[in-house]
Design a protein around this ligand. Sequence first.
Ligand SMILES: *Cc1c(COP(=O)(O)O)cnc(C)c1O
Length: 387
Amino acid sequence: MQIQYAERIRTLPPYLFAAIDQMKREALSKGADVIDLSIGDPDIPTPAHIVDAMKKAVENPEHHRYPSYEGMFSYRKAVSDWYRQRFNIELDPEKEVLSLIGSKEGIGHIPLAFIDPGDIVLVPSPGYPVYPVGTKFAGGVSYFMPLREDNNFLPDLDSIPEDVAKKAKLMFINYPNNPTAATADEKFFKKVIEFAKQYNIIVCHDAAYSEIFYEEKPVSFMQIDGAKEVGVEFHSLSKTYNMTGWRIGFVVGNREVLAGLGKVKTNLDSGVFQAIQEASIVALQTDDNVLEQIRDIYRERRDMLCEGLKSAGFEVKKPMATFYLWVKVPQKISSIDFVAQLLKEVEVLCTPGVGFGEHGEGYIRFALTQSKERIKEAVERIRRLKL
Ligand SMILES: *Cc1c(COP(=O)(O)O)cnc(C)c1O
């Protein structure tokens, strides 16, 4: 028999991260001591009080059955309480909060609810690869909005052609941003809302990194007047509470948009394991001191890597949020070639910017997801490089 893959997966762009993984495995097999700064996955464990809540919840047979697809009411209530406390926003836990099996799941599925074949989705480049892939799986077409340094890595909405804006149904934005580490202010979000209203575009704001900040607390898109009319905000416990493996997130905002996504989800999945939801309620009530300790760890690593890279001759700005550094490639070679060179010569691995889209070329991304001892060692090695 001949197995033939569907068009939608045959035509996916090559998964660059698989190639990087391969490079890493080859280096490791040769005995290299690779310092991997390519991973967007916290190395710090989930706080103990959350793990303890999970242990207790998993013993309750009530949680062993199918959960409700929209999430337990108590979980959605905990999300709305968290939004009130953190952002001073009121959300109706019944209609304006939906649980997700990680925010990636919701982001990947939302185009299925709103995109017909040929519809345009506005997607940032560089950006989280799930935005264009989810778009493609729904038959949509991504229009890439470049994020340029001279515009603080915000998309320039005025440069989107009129005919594109008219055909666009959905827009993804993400601040604090992966991979550029940029943050957005209220003025930008206001502009997004105006634009969305003018062209009837649903805004999907991905706020996965809202709690990984160093100076100012990032604003929520939902805090801006009119946001609930035009869009939703995706969120995740993954980065905030070091829970990437638990697979739980949520989306809040416009109730009709949530109903559309909910319809897709009822037909595809059966919600999040209730014990995980129980533990996540406890997570959402975490004392801010615990989060501040996590931020302190990243802050120290950030300062160490930033200053180290600068002293090695790199051009890098200290990020105000996220656990990434977005760094200019210091030579006139592609980001992939530079990453390969760095791995070969000093056994430090980072991510080529082009892996996040065409407009990421010229940059590399370092993740602060290794101990300060390893980051210090990485800096010492990189300083030996002749740039
Ligand atoms: C990590 C990340 C997410 C969160 O993914 P989960 O599925 O919730 O673990 C979402 N968006 C971006 C940009 C991310 O980097």
